[in-house]
Design a protein around this ligand. Structure first.
Ligand SMILES: [Zn+2]
Length: 418
């Protein structure tokens, strides 16, 4: 300020005078150095206060300290998607159809948006009471009480004191009330359309769209909660496999289902399923089956083995699939033995297309000794790249397969096929 490089602020009145002075001089930034009076320790909190509005009338002073905190917001501040959360707790009689869970979730979102924290005085299925976390320290009277309405099962706010007197209420990017449940509630629809979104992307999206800092753990756990909601619980799914197989046998006779568990521990080992519709439909497809396995990326991992044909439209025709622990010769043999049961009535000679997995090669030779087999060109290219380290050659191989000199490729291909 003109004529005054620095001044001492000892009380609220000094702050107000400073505020009026800088407003009058159209000064937009002031450095404030905060020190502890008792210990004479000088803090390093230097804040830029952006003053966006003049006082309502010169000489009229604000009495609520939180009014000053509000000045940090710029008039052109971005409207975040969390803005409607302000209305989640507003009046007595407010109705929450989702019961206690919905009320808890909305209470947390409201606290995040309004910039305060609360404690549960009572947190039960039928009644919830919460009070401001600064109730004991500063005597803040904010309190809400809601309970279940026996007529319709809704949660209703019966008592609400929505006034705070505590200091320091400001919406912050990092809120103590931010939980993985809030992340979960927001991610449900997004994960249905894009289940492969990564936690780090969720953290970035929250920062950009909600102006909130979410920890990596909350993002990861929130995603896990959504995946459980959308796809079901892995543990329950495995527990229900026995029931599922029995139901297929009852409701879809002619299907081939085999569930094997460890006889000593009852732990899951194998599951083979070929539906009757697929078995009968394959009679009308060309006698060609592609065998391959892929990793299962759920909590318990494992491998999904599949036998897939081609229909008249050059599309996939899934015939049978199996869930096993690993892709090895024993599991491929078990799979092909079950597949041979399915193909028992099909007297055509089936040609198998393989990916050159060693266990699979041996298993096909053992279970279907008279069936011809071929190799998938995609896997041959991968094998050339990895086993012969001919990266550049592999690219040319794909692009100019028809006319590329076989003299150059014949040697690695021969090695691949042995
Ligand atoms: Zn309060």
């Amino acid at each position: 300020m003109n004529g005054c490089a620095c001044c001492l602020l000892e009380c609220d009145m000094d702050v107000c005078v400073l505020h009026m002075s800088v407003t009058k001089e159209n000064t937009y930034f002031v450095d404030i150095l905060v020190s502890l009076k008792e210990s004479n320790e000088i803090g390093n909190a230097s804040q830029d206060i952006r003053i966006t509005e003049p006082f309502l009338a010169e000489g009229v002073m604000h009495t609520d300290g939180n009014e000053f905190l509000g000045k940090f917001k710029t008039p052109n501040a971005k409207m975040y998607l969390s803005h409607p959360w302000k209305s989640y707790i507003s009046h007595v009689g407010q109705d929450y159809e989702g019961g206690a869970d919905e009320f808890r979730l909305k209470l947390c979102k409201y606290a995040v948006e309004m910039g305060f924290e609360f404690d549960y005085v009572a947190n039960e299925h039928k009644r919830i009471t919460a009070s401001c976390i600064k109730k004991d320290i500063e005597g803040c009277p904010w309190r809400v009480h809601a309970s279940i309405c026996s007529a319709n099962g809704h949660f209703i706010i019966w008592r609400l004191n929505n006034q705070h007197i505590c200091i320091g209420r400001i919406r912050e990017r990092k809120s103590g009330m931010m939980t993985s449940k809030i992340v979960c509630s927001i991610l449900v629809e997004q994960l249905r359309s894009n289940p492969h979104i990564k936690p780090i992307q969720i953290v970035d999206d929250f920062k950009k769209n909600y102006g909130l800092d979410v920890s990596y753990y909350n993002a990861w756990y929130g995603k896990e909660m959504v995946m459980t909601m959308v796809h079901g619980d892995d543990v329950l799914s495995y527990q229900k496999l026995g029931w599922y197989v029995e139901e297929i046998r009852k409701s879809n006779p002619g299907s081939h289902c085999v569930l094997e568990c460890d006889p000593n521990t009852s732990h899951f080992r194998h599951l083979f399923i070929a539906f009757r519709g697929s078995i009968e439909g394959f009679n009308y497809c060309r006698p060609l089956l592609f065998l391959d396995g892929t990793f299962v990326k759920n909590k318990y991992k494992g491998t999904l083995l599949g036998a897939t044909g081609k229909n008249g439209n050059q599309g996939f025709f899934p015939l049978a699939f199996a869930l096993v622990d690993v892709e090895d010769e024993a599991n491929w043999t078990w799979f092909l033995m079950n597949l041979s049961t399915v193909l028992f009535e099909d007297d055509r000679t089936i040609t198998f297309i393989l990916d050159r997995h060693k266990g699979l090669l041996q298993s096909v030779a053992n279970v279907f000794p008279t069936s011809p087999h071929g190799f998938c060109i995609y896997h041959i290219e991968k094998n050339i790249k990895t086993t012969h380290i001919l990266l550049a050659l592999g690219k040319i191989f794909v692009r100019k397969w028809s006319n590329y000199s076989r003299i150059v490729l014949i040697h690695p291909l021969q090695k691949c096929s042995t």
